[in-house]
Ligand binder design. Structure first.
Ligand SMILES: [Zn+2]
Length: 460
């Protein structure tokens, strides 16, 4: 199979030019003006942008939670991602406390293997670090190609590790060539506030927000950065939402430390006023919660200053029926919102079109940086000879409206119902195959491959 894409405006993290792209098999084999290669399929991309397939390094598909599962499984979630221009996702395996990492890996493989449309990888969440877990770290890195290890500083009794475990894990991960990532919020402070609000009969979604004030995230982010500095372990903060947390990251640069930071599309464009909509606010109950306008301004600035490298989603949808588990108590609302399909178009429309970021920055934070940080560059995350032909052909002018009626995510509402967006994904290629064309999927379930990742070496 060969494909020739002609006259597209090619955008990478650093380039912007019009050229043809010739694809043979799974990879890009030539880029240039007026390419003469004979191709099985020709795509005219005149007037369109061509950029690397999006990489969303923070999603939760088919994730067990409170006796239920996040409503997008690997099939529906990766298909929705492709429709939105995201060709690869990284999901999270959650170790069960008291059980080995491998036990969790097998469970997650059982749900994902053969079911994905798009390419995927896993972060391993270490929820119980002890002598036997320690032995499994090198095996995950060297044998499984799972090179990033997620930690939780909140959710005591289920997911949280204490600082002693954190330091031990960082030492081991550093030794093995991996990276530690973190959900950085102070679990004990949050548990105190949840109990206080429940005790006072304050049970609406607004109190989810009020139980996780900015200081809970800022404190944990600073503590995590300090432990990473002490151990020398490569470190990455997931779903950063606020000024207080980002200021810690800005501060550590002064002592010559680098801590990577990811935010999510919702924290850039939605704010906490949505929690004042009575129970409808449950649609945006996620942790950390949405913040204030001043935090949005900080995060956009952080992207442009290079202190925030990645815009992900933390996609973790629950249907309305599932959200209603918390109708009488905010602490029982399943956390998470759907965005896997909307991330690229929203970031383009709200970021590039509104002059907040450049086109190159858009590519950098939606694809290239994730590929670099998580050990997949230059196979993924760029348009270059030898790279996987994961490409989005994008009409920057087409206007459309986001709605649950037209999205492909398996959830019966949209966090962005009625949003007017300029810019639309038209064609998506995944490893040299046309995966999406004019809203139709052209590949089958199981086309998506598990991608083994390299040790953390390609730093940005
Ligand atoms: Zn998450």
């Amino acid at each position: 199979m060969s494909i020739l894409i002609t006259n597209g405006r090619i955008i990478t993290a650093s380039e912007d030019y019009v050229a043809d792209i010739f694809i043979e098999g799974e990879t890009i084999s030539a880029i240039g003006k007026n390419l003469q290669q004979k191709a099985d399929t020709k795509i005219d991309a005149k007037g369109k942008l061509v950029f690397p397939g999006g990489i969303d390094p923070h999603v939760h598909l088919d994730m067990p939670f409170m006796g239920t599962y996040s409503s997008d499984n690997y099939e529906t979630g990766t298909l929705a991602a492709l429709h939105g221009g995201t060709t690869m996702v990284i999901d999270f395996i959650l170790q069960t406390q008291g059980k080995p990492l491998r036990h969790a890996l097998e469970q997650w493989q059982g749900r994902s293997n053969g079911n994905c449309y798009g390419d995927y990888s896993f972060h391993m969440a270490v929820t119980d670090f002890n002598d036997s877990t320690k032995k499994e770290i090198s095996e995950m890195v060297d044998k499984e190609g799972i090179t990033s290890f997620k930690t939780f500083m909140a959710y005591k009794g289920a997911l949280m590790i204490d600082d002693r475990q954190m330091v031990g894990l960082m030492n081991e991960v550093k030794k093995c060539g991996g990276m530690v990532t973190v959900h950085a919020t102070n679990g004990d402070m949050i548990d105190f506030l949840i109990a206080k609000h429940r005790g006072e009969g304050k049970l609406s979604p607004l109190y989810h927000y009020l139980s996780q004030p900015e200081i809970t995230e800022a404190e944990a982010t600073g503590r995590f950065a300090d432990m990473a500095n002490y151990t020398g372990c490569p470190a990455y903060v997931v779903h950063m939402t606020c000024e207080g947390a980002l200021n810690h990251i800005r501060d550590v640069e002064k002592r010559n430390q680098k801590v990577y930071a990811e935010t999510c599309i919702q924290y850039l464009i939605l704010d906490a006023s949505l929690y004042e909509k009575d129970f409808e606010g449950a649609k945006w109950v996620m942790s950390p919660p949405l913040r204030e306008k001043k935090d949005q301004a900080t995060l956009w600035a952080g992207i442009n200053q290079g202190t925030v490298q990645v815009v992900a989603t933390d996609h973790c949808p629950f249907k309305w029926e599932q959200k209603k588990m918390g109708e009488k108590d905010f602490s029982k609302i399943p956390n998470g919102h759907p965005a896997i399909e909307n991330r690229m178009e929203l970031l383009f429309s709200e970021g590039v079109n509104k002059g907040k970021i450049t086109l190159n920055k858009f590519v950098e934070v939606s694809s290239t940086n994730a590929a670099k940080i998580f050990g997949m560059f230059p196979k993924k995350g760029c348009v270059a000879v030898g790279s996987d032909a994961d490409l989005v052909i994008f009409d920057p002018n087409e206007e459309h409206t986001l709605s649950a009626k037209t999205h492909h995510m398996n959830v019966d509402y949209s966090g962005y119902e009625g949003w007017e967006v300029t810019g639309k994904v038209k064609t998506v290629l995944l490893r040299g195959e046309i995966a999406i064309e004019n809203n139709e999927c052209k590949i089958g379930k199981g086309f998506g491959k598990f991608i083994k990742r390299n040790k953390v070496g390609t730093m940005i």
